[in-house]
Design a protein around this ligand. Structure first.
Ligand code: AMP
Length: 696
């Protein structure tokens, strides 16, 4: 493939990071301009270990909120729309201009200061997807305090664990969340139980009262306060707070990773690098440049994707962000996303592949998309970004086809790879690569080139490599550990909250400080495209051959009847491990037998053998509806399925399995348990399945 402008920009970011990021930093307002971009250092830990480290814009001082809000009002864009809230679950729609946003944020910051929040304090945010949540984040940052968002609705133990870990001075919350069609669910008992459980007690609990379900009573003696009342009183008194700058390397927020075992890791995001890196990525990668551009990120503010592309990045650019309180399906139907694109003239959309799979299940023929598309309603859409887990080529191709038919000229599906740790895409495709050289451009000088099944190419500042277990680089096209060179791009973490040791142990130790381990397995192909195949833990070793669950899943979902699948490794006396599949069919409208039709199994087996190789033949396949457990951010919890299956092998069908608190719906585990049990009863055990494999 001939070189692309994106390749050129990437190379220049690694060759001279100092100059590259200085140019991006100049786009923002600094209370104190940094004299240099990058400082490479060595960090010495208490344990005596030293490792290479770095800091971005070390002597700069900045206010992220000032850059997201005040700067645009001062530049004369106060009347452009900052936030559009669309909430099908509460039947509400609201709009805020930048001027209105400024008033809300400076007032709320005044309130927080009166309630005792100071620079450097941590404030925990436990909110549904309502505008007040965004005001909260920006108000906390305005005071130079640090926010730690915990997904609204997380269980009391998960919440207590995070409250304790970050020693939250205050909690900002709401009386209830509204989860899809299930209706309002009160946050009050969850917060109260978490506070009781936590050894650290926050001084204040500031509650946004929602009409659907109120927090009652507000117990002042427990530090509880009515949010709206405090704001009303502040407005009457004209109480406001100016933006407080912080050092570039001070924390803006802490975000806890999905962590399936042990204590969650508190990734620390630094103020300066975050603002510079996001302001760059929203223009360069996402093609959102400023007033008039509309970004719709259908994530949740509880996730890093939501932090970056619902809240900070679109606001840094001065564009419009859509805050959506609803689900891809069921609020009220599988056409909601497409309605939003049409109604608000969305230019860039971002969601997780799991959302598209849910839509495909409910609207197999894409009637909702086609209908709006035919009447020209989706013409503003330039790109559909997908991240959070691997997107199988079948779903990418289906949407690429729809975009070409109905959306803007050259519209494209972009799978992009990233993590809480990276803060922005590590790989992907740039919609306006010229922005990497010249910020004044909006032109799509060179259209991005996609490759279904890959998550694009490395993004500026991320030195992406594939290495073997000894840290040696692998040849293009070979599977290995995905690692990153030091430093990470400016949005990347530089440590874990108050835990430098764990940062070293979790990310650097494995490769002796040479590389940062992402925990993902994948490859870079001959053309430089990155393919993320699975978590390193999900690699299956079959007769000394390493396979990724992602590659096998991809082969299985190439079968037209299969909507979704998860592959796990099961122990096998002969081969060490065998891949085993859990599938759900496109046509599951009622419950299905756990054992699939012989014909279907044979076809799937054939696809796996053809696309991966005979050695990867499946040890068996269970079918069922609603049995693949997911986290709330849409990641498949393969470990849970593996544990259930391993227990079943030992006849322990009812044995408890470790279910992470981040699970979307714990009932799914019980459905999986039931299907596994039925499969074992019908087949007389797992070995029968293995025999089937041998015969094929
Ligand atoms: P989180 O920190 O919760 O955002 O999870 C990050 C993890 O999600 C990554 O380490 C990957 O395992 C996975 N992930 C994110 N984006 C992609 C993608 N585009 N393709 C494959 N895996 C992805």
């Amino acid at each position: 493939m001939a070189p692309h402008l994106q390749d050129e920009v990437y190379a220049s970011s690694l060759k001279d990071p100092e100059a590259f990021w200085a140019r991006q930093a100049a786009q923002l307002h600094w209370h104190k301009k940094p004299s240099r971009s990058l400082n490479k250092t060595t960090k010495k830990l208490k344990s005596g270990v030293s490792h290479p480290h770095w800091s971005w814009f070390p002597d700069g001082e900045i206010s992220t909120t000032y850059n997201c809000v005040d700067r645009h009002v001062k530049a004369g864009n106060g009347d452009s729309t900052a936030i559009i809230w669309d909430s099908p679950v509460s039947n509400n729609k609201e709009r805020y201009t930048y001027k209105e946003l400024l008033e809300e944020v400076e007032t709320l910051a005044g309130v927080l200061r009166e309630e005792g929040v100071q620079k450097g304090d941590v404030v925990l945010v436990y909110m549904p997807m309502i505008p007040a949540a965004l005001f909260a984040l920006l108000a906390i940052a305005r005071l130079g305090a640090i926010h730690a968002v915990v997904f609204g609705g997380f269980s009391p133990p998960a919440l207590a664990q995070r409250m304790e870990a970050c020693k939250a001075k205050a909690i900002m919350t709401a009386s209830c969340g509204i989860e899809g069609a299930k209706g309002a669910s009160s946050y009050q008992p969850l917060i109260e139980r978490a506070v009781d459980k936590s050894s650290h007690k926050p001084q204040r609990i500031i509650v946004w009262q929602r009409d659907q379900l109120r927090w009652d009573p507000i117990k002042k003696d427990r530090g509880e306060r009515n949010w709206q009342r405090l704001v009303k009183s502040a407005k009457n008194r004209g109480l406001k707070a100016d933006a407080v700058p912080v050092k570039s390397n001070d924390g803006l927020y802490i975000i806890y990773t999905s962590g399936t075992t042990g204590l969650p890791k508190g990734v620390l995001r630094e103020a300066g690098g975050h603002a510079v890196g996001l302001n760059f990525s929203i223009k360069y990668t996402f093609g959102i440049h400023g007033p008039g551009d509309v970004m719709f990120c259908a994530s949740d503010i509880g996730w890093v994707v939501g932090h970056s592309y619902i809240v900070y990045a679109p606001l840094l650019a001065g564009a419009t962000t859509i805050l959506f309180e609803g689900k891809p399906v069921g609020t009220p139907d599988a056409g909601t996303f497409w309605r939003i694109i049409e109604e608000y003239k969305v230019n860039t959309m971002f969601t997780a592949p799991t959302a598209l799979r849910a839509i495909r299940r409910d609207d197999g023929d894409n009637d909702f998309f086609e209908e709006r598309g035919r009447r020209g309603g989706l013409k503003t859409l330039r790109a559909l970004f997908l991240a959070g887990e691997r997107s199988e080529p079948s779903i990418v191709q289906m949407y690429q086809h729809l975009l070409e038919k109905h959306c803007a000229d050259g519209a494209i599906v972009i799978d992009n790879w990233w993590s809480s740790e990276s803060g922005s895409p590590i790989s992907g495709l740039a919609l306006t690569p010229a922005a990497g050289k010249d910020f004044s451009t909006k032109q799509r000088d060179q259209p991005p080139r996609m490759k279904p099944g890959s998550a694009g190419k490395p993004m500026p500042g991320f030195d992406v490599r594939v290495v073997d277990d000894d840290g040696n680089e692998r040849k293009p096209g070979s599977l290995g550990n995905m690692v990153l060179g030091i430093p990470l791009a400016p949005t990347g973490m530089t440590t874990l909250w108050e835990d430098d040791e764990r940062f070293y142990k979790g990310y650097l130790k494995r490769f002796d400080g040479k590389w940062i381990d992402t925990g993902d397995a994948g490859m870079i192909d001959q053309d430089g495209y990155v393919h993320i195949m699975s978590r390193s833990d999900d690699i299956i070793n079959v007769a000394a051959h390493r396979f990724s669950t992602g590659a096998i899943e991809q082969a299985i979902t190439s079968h037209p009847e299969i909507a979704e699948c998860a592959v796990v490794g099961i122990p096998d006396s002969l081969k060490g491990h065998l891949p085993f599949a859990f599938i759900s069919l496109q046509t599951h409208h009622h419950e299905h037998a756990a054992v699939p039709d012989d014909a279907l199994f044979k076809e799937v087996q054939k696809a796996v053998r053809e696309q991966i190789g005979a050695i990867a033949s499946l040890g068996g396949m269970i079918q069922g509806k609603g049995m693949i457990p997911k986290t709330r951010s849409g990641k498949t919890l393969r470990r849970v399925l593996r544990e259930l299956l391993e227990n079943a092998v030992h006849g322990e069908f009812e044995k408890e399995v470790q279910v992470p608190t981040t699970i979307e719906d714990a009932d799914v585990v019980e459905v999986a348990r039931k299907q596994i049990k039925e499969y074992f009863k019908t087949k007389g055990g797992l070995h029968k399945a293995t025999e089937t494999r041998a015969k094929l």
